[in-house]
Write a protein that binds this ligand. Structure first.
Ligand code: MG
Ligand code: MG
Length: 261
C-alpha cells in the first residue's frame, strides 16, 4: 500500500499511535501471577475503549487480540486462562489496531502492527541481552529503511546484529508490507537474500526480527498457531510499523515512553 493523501496519512498515523499506546499499557501490566488471557482482555478493552478494532481478533480465525508467546514460543501464541506468567519468563506481545474507514461502501482499514518482548521479574543476563540485541536489530533495520533502499539493506542490518550475538535468526517469518487487509507484499527477510526490491516513499511496512537463544529452526504446534523453537530455547521478537519517506522512515508505532537508540 502506498499512501500519499493527507487523510490516509492521518489515519495510518492514528492506527500506529494507538498500537504503541496499547502495547505500552499491556507490557507494563505483564507480571508474575497474571494469565495471558487477562493481558489479552486488557488489550481488547483498551482498543475498543479508543473506539477502534483489534486487528488480530478473528483474523484467519485467531481467537485473541494479542499474540502472546512465552519463552520458547516465538510468535502467534494464543492467550489462555491456563497460561500463568512467572518470574524469569520472557513474553512476546504482538498487537494490531485497525482504524476503519468506508470507501465506496466498502471497509478500508488502516493498520498498526507492533511487537515487543518483555522480561517477567528477573531473567538471566544472557536472556536480557537477547532482548536488547533483538530490539537493537530492529532499530538497525529501521535506520536502513530509507526511501529507495533495497530490502537487502534491511535484512543485512538485522543479520549483522543477530550474527554478532550468535543467535538463531528465525527465517520462516519476517516483516511485510501493510495494507487494508493487513499483510501484503513485500516479505521482508531478516537476513541477506540479495533482494534488489526497493522501498518506495509512501509504503507502509513492518520490520520484525526474531532471534532465538538456540538454533534458528521453528515449528508450529498442533493448535495450528503457536510457533515454537525446535530446541525449546527462548526467543525474542520486536516489531514496528513504518512509513517510508524520501529519507529516514517515520516510526508509526513508537510507544509513548520509547527511546529509539
Ligand atoms: Mg505483529
Ligand atoms: Mg507484522
Amino acid at each position: 500500500m502506498i499512501l500519499t493523501k493527507d487523510q490516509d496519512l492521518d489515519n495510518i498515523r492514528l492506527a500506529g499511535r494507538l498500537t504503541g499506546e496499547v502495547l505500552e499499557i499491556i507490557s507494563r501490566a505483564a507480571a508474575p501471577g497474571m494469565t495471558t488471557w487477562e493481558l489479552d482482555e486488557l488489550a481488547e478493552k483498551t482498543i475498543r475503549g479508543f473506539g477502534h478494532i483489534p486487528t488480530f481478533k478473528g483474523y484467519r480465525k485467531f481467537p485473541g487480540t494479542v499474540c502472546i508467546s512465552v519463552n520458547e514460543e516465538v510468535v502467534h501464541g494464543i492467550p489462555s486462562k491456563k497460561k500463568v506468567l512467572k518470574d524469569g519468563d520472557v513474553v512476546s506481545l504482538d498487537i494490531g489496531v485497525s482504524v476503519r474507514t468506508v470507501v465506496d461502501g466498502k471497509n478500508f482499514d488502516f493498520i498498526g502492527d507492533s511487537a515487543m518482548t518483555v522480561p517477567i521479574g528477573k531473567v538471566t543476563e544472557r536472556v536480557q541481552k537477547m532482548l536488547d540485541d533483538t530490539q537493537a536489530s530492529l532499530y538497525a533495520g529501521i535506520k536502513a529503511a530509507r526511501g529507495h533502499a533495497t530490502l537487502d539493506e534491511i535484512g543485512g542490518a538485522v543479520e549483522d546484529i543477530g550474527k554478532a550475538g550468535q543467535y538463531g535468526i528465525v527465517r520462516d517469518y519476517g516483516g511485510h508490507g501493510i495494507g487494508p487487509d493487513y499483510h501484503e507484499d513485500p516479505f521482508i527477510f531478516n537476513y541477506r537474500t540479495g533482494s534488489k526490491t526497493k522501498l518506495k516513499p509512501g509504503m507502509v511496512i513492518a520490520i520484525e526480527p526474531m532471534f532465538n537463544l538456540g538454533g534458528h529452526k521453528v515449528r508450529t504446534k498442533s493448535d495450528g498457531w503457536t510457533v515454537v523453537t525446535q530446541d525449546y530455547k527462548p526467543s525474542a521478537h520486536f516489531e514496528h510499523s513504518l512509513l517510508i519517506t524520501e529519507g529516514e522512515p517515520e516510526i508509526l508505532t513508537k510507544r509513548p515512553s520509547e527511546v529509539i537508540l
